[in-house]
Design a protein around this ligand. Sequence first.
Ligand code: ADP
Ligand code: ADP
Ligand code: MG
Length: 665
Amino acid sequence: MFKKILIANRGEIACRVAATARRMGIQTVAVYSDADAQAPHVRACDEAVHIGPADPKDSYLQWERILAAAEKTGAQAIHPGYGFLSENAAFAKACEAVGVTFIGPSPAAIEAMGLKAQSKRLMAAAGVPLVPGYHGDNQDPGYLKSQADAIGYPVLVKASAGGGGKGMRIVSSSDAFLDALQACKREALNSFANDDVLIEKYVQRPRHIEIQVFGDTQGNLVHLFERDCSVQRRHQKVLEESPAPGLTPEMREAMGQAALAAARAVHYVGAGTVEFIVEQPANGEMDFFFMEMNTRLQVEHPVTEAITGIDLVEWQLCVANGESLPCDQSDIRMHGHAIEARICAENPQQQFLPATGTVMRLALPACAQFTVAPIRWDSGVTQGDRISPHYDSMIAKLIVHGETRSQALALMDQALSETHIVGLHHNVHFLRALVNGPSFKTADLDTSLIERDAAHLFAANRLPVHWWAAGALVALIASEQSVVKGHPWLAADGWQPMGGATRHLHVTAPTDLQVAFWVPSEPGCLRFQLDALHEVSWVPLAQDSWRITVDGVQQTLRLVPCRSGVTVFMREGSVDVTIQDPLNGAFGVDAVAGGLTAPMPGKVVALRVAVGDRVAAGDVLAVMEAMKMEHTILAPGAGVVTDVFFQLGEQVAEGDALLQLESES
Ligand code: ADP
Ligand code: ADP
Ligand code: MG
């Protein structure tokens, strides 16, 4: 076996590969860019070599530097992970040329599967079923249109060199064909420097089901069953599971055989995935067609590891080392049901726009990392890390494995409810809505599931108000009693613990509320008035988690203070509570040398004061809007407005001075 390998990737997949290598006693070398100097994947490896600036084209795609790093450290093989150089035949060749083993298929196999039209012709010859379509060389628009007419509309025009869901156009009628063709060719030329297209029938209610295959240098080939990746947004996978719900043993067998035929046609060695599109006619049998082959390890491989108990990275290393596959097809069994969710830094409420920012707080469910378990967490991000714009937005993959699909669903729901992330937009709540949604729960799957269930999936989080209000109050009192150190609430002075007096709080998010509450002299309890009078008591657990009792019911809440208030996590979900305490000044506003600064980047949507105005503590000075939320800026104390540094409608950056307030005293 190799003594030392280099991992030419970053993030969770680099950590994932390192974990198996370590378990096998193989030393690892990481490579990293400027942006990743402190990244977990660097620390996960025994050695690390810097390879350039943040932009992947200057670092992770610089294969001369990666080969130089391998030489310098004496690495005998290179694992490319996925993305980056993993499907780059030239890189695989370059490795061969310098005598370093590329952990993946042959350059010829990568090349053969690289272009969609070419691979489809190869698959047709191998007897693999294809979506009816035209994959030929004739690119004359009139000819392509006659082909589309013959296939029947709707058709899909696809860039042959395309990937990542780009360069695809649905055409619904003959009249619209030529315009769509031009648009597709333009996009293909811009994105892939190659404007060849292919045309295929647009499959109705399609499911994406793929087969994991594995080959060795002795010519043995096996498949490790399927993964259903139908739940997609922007043609990218969100949830993946195995086995595929409703797949009959006959169809599983047929798809497995088709995938093996595809792999055999290119003498495939190592881990690969054959993607199929599955048609589900309203009445009639499901049918499957070859879509493409990914000649690498797939993001969702842990789902297959869960149901088969096989470590795919271990197999990759063994096969790359020239060993034969450790078992036959008949030895590979599947057990139970596994689901993976991709936790990403993105905003589901804004077309899944990727988000950047610092992961201020990351609390995980009880789980194992990078290894098969009922709850598995694969990630290259830890608390305090920054999600930068340079790389993909995936924070982690959460994988669950249960005896049945419904058990796996319940585990996923539980694990997501215990995944607490603060500091940037993420999709944890969306994923929870998805796994609990009407379609996924009943396995009513197709690639438009997210659009179909939008009403349910994008509905606002509705959590019991007395619980989150109780959580916010406990956080507030804890901060005042200095249990939570460094909390912004502490920064404002002027408040002394007040025994049994009544205090009033103004909560502005998620709902506008006035809360009256009382803190009796004995510690650890309070009462507050909302719709009714509520009794609260609490006991601190570890760090920011608390066992809280509200009206006789106990549960564990996590209370994470942030600039503008507190994020309350409970079993049903989480909510960011913004509180203004008239006694204590405004939360989220720092009084810096008499000036007031913006608590976050945003737009000034209301300005309530002018220079010369006299204000009292708690008066509204301005309202800012950021991330679709309004934040009210209150006067921290009495004073006179001596300067206003912005105008209505203006965009301000976090920390910008908003206005100057001169203290009365
Ligand atoms: P799958 O492997 O299941 O096909 P996707 O197609 O969604 O999954 O993601 C694979 C692609 O995503 C890669 O080809 C790459 O472009 C990109 N990608 C995702 N994560 C990373 C990462 N950590 N490093 C580099 N590329 C990544
Ligand atoms: P990419 O290289 O961008 O991953 P694919 O050919 O794998 O391109 O297609 C990506 C996605 O587009 C699929 O997972 C599926 O959701 C959809 N798709 C592809 N081909 C068809 C088709 N013929 N009919 C309907 N949907 C399709
Ligand atoms: Mg694909």
